[in-house]
Design a protein around this ligand. Structure first.
Ligand code: IFM
Length: 467
């Protein structure tokens, strides 16, 4: 079987986020987040669950570091909960919150795992939302102060920092579609929110560099390659439209200091902007947003196929048969990862790229021997690692891969119904059970290589996770 070796020093990791795994929602002075509040709303979370306990990682992190060590990880991408550090978003620091991440960072370093924190993965302090949240320009400076405060404490040990995770989700799902906290359906607000997220990123990078100059700073963007459903000019335009707001609305300002003109025109046509002058953009903002970055984190799960609807409005179409969909309904399409990496490399040329999230939700039942052989997840991961290899061979400066996710967790509006973990988490005891994919990933990391052919993990690799 032919093995393809990843470059020396390629970083292997897993990714998680605070709101999705920590729990301990009311412990050690943590403030309320917008997701704690959103979960109160009738019908907001499909299974009616709440993130209050989640995977109880806040207490079980030493055990989880043990799992990471068995996996052989180089790096752990986690997020810091803003409401633990500043329970009301600004003002007095909650020392217990900083202490928690201090211990986590030390625990990781003792295990030989690099801590790779993200400052904002959607858990805005509710007190800031009460003042307008991301629609309020003041939130941008609050974020920069919070980021600087965390770097002041952990910057002697943390070498790589990400500001935001997936700003598109916060702007669109949270403020235009109402599917995420804070649950607004206001397209005009969503545009201001997107701008303030980008601005806060630039302000934070500058503030953090002031605290720890030599560390590396970046942002994590979800990227979705878009394909027109046919050769018709209308379907091409539908694909351009989606790419404009999902991908380029964020990457263009970050790397070129400008919003994409065609996407601005789309928003004017839709009545979300009054004209080409964007009212929320102040003098100097675009220079701050395009502050040079050390890396771009890119999350990739699937592609989207677009066509022009009957009324001319773009609509997404399902092209893949059901057996090629994950439990999220997302098409398994590894080539899209190669395409996305090449596209970003050619258009924006970030100095380094990390695949900051990639993974699949599948709920495979344990077999008679109690083992969960999640062959579909292994196949998904295998296909995407081959796709990453193809991008590396084409010259993309890809430096690492972070699998989403270590544990089954609180999948936002889907509650605990979508299982992304290398480890299943019992909903009552919170005990972690390795899936076969954990052993498979362990072997990839150990070899720093991926086989051309797909195979299940060897018995020896599975034994690594036996108690
Ligand atoms: O769980 C999320 C994560 O919080 C952000 N990226 C996508 C994941 C899967 O939906």
């Amino acid at each position: 079987m032919a093995k393809w070796k990843f470059p020396e020093g390629f970083v292997w990791g897993v990714a998680t986020s605070a709101q999705q795994i920590e729990g301990a929602a009311q412990e050690d002075g943590r403030g309320l987040s917008i997701w704690d509040r959103f979960a109160d709303g009738e019908g907001n979370i499909t299974d009616g669950s709440r993130p209050d306990v989640a995977c109880d990682h806040y207490h079980r992190w030493p055990e989880d570091i043990g799992l990471m060590r068995k996996l052989g990880l180089d790096s752990y991408r986690f997020s810091i909960a803003w409401p633990r550090i500043f329970p009301t978003g600004t003002g007095a620091v909650n020392a217990a919150g900083l202490d928690h991440y201090d211990r986590l960072v030390d625990g990781l370093l003792e295990a030989g795992i690099e801590p790779f924190p993200t400052l904002f993965h959607w858990d805005l302090p509710q007190a800031l939302q009460d003042k307008g949240g991301w629609a309020d320009r003041d939130t941008t400076s609050a974020f920069a102060e919070y980021a600087a405060c965390v770097v002041r404490r952990l910057g002697d040990r943390v070498r790589r920092w990400a500001t935001h995770n997936e700003p598109w989700c916060v702007a669109t799902l949270g403020h235009e579609e109402g599917a995420h906290a804070p649950g607004l359906k206001e397209p005009r607000t969503a545009l201001a929110v997107a701008h303030h997220l980008l601005l806060s990123h630039g302000l934070a990078v500058r503030a953090m560099r002031g605290e720890a100059h030599d560390a590396e700073y970046g942002i994590v963007q979800n990227h979705c390659p878009v394909v027109p459903a046919s050769d018709s000019p209308e379907d091409f335009d539908a694909a351009r439209w989606f790419d404009g707001f999902f991908n380029r609305w964020f990457l263009d300002p970050l790397f070129t200091g400008r919003y994409p003109e065609d996407a601005v025109a789309d928003r004017i046509r839709a009545g979300h902007l009054d004209g080409p002058r964007l009212p929320f953009v102040h003098e100097g903002d675009m220079g701050i947003i395009s502050t040079p970055l050390d890396f771009l984190g890119m999350n990739y799960y699937s592609r989207i196929v677009m066509r022009a609807g009957e009324d001319g409005k773009p609509v997404a179409v399902a092209m893949a048969p059901v057996d090629q969909l994950t439990d999220m309904g997302w098409e398994v399409y590894p080539d899209g990862l190669t395409g996305a990496l090449l596209d970003i490399h050619r258009r924006y040329a970030p100095p380094a790229i990390y695949i900051a999230e990639n993974g699949a939700a599948y709920d495979d039942a344990p077999g008679p021997d109690g083992r969960i052989v999640d062959q579909r997840r292994i196949s998904y991961l295998h296909g995407h690692l081959l796709a990453a290899r193809n991008a590396l061979e084409a010259g993309v400066p890809l430096r690492g891969y972070f699998l989403w996710s270590l544990l089954d967790n609180f999948e936002w509006g889907f509650g605990f119904t979508k299982k992304f973990g290398l480890f299943a988490v019992d909903p009552v005891t919170r005990d972690r059970t390795p899936r076969a994919s954990a052993a498979w990933y362990h072997a990839v990391i150990r070899e720093n290589a991926v086989d051309d052919d797909l195979s299940l993990p060897a018995e020896g690799d599975s034994r690594v996770f036996q108690p």
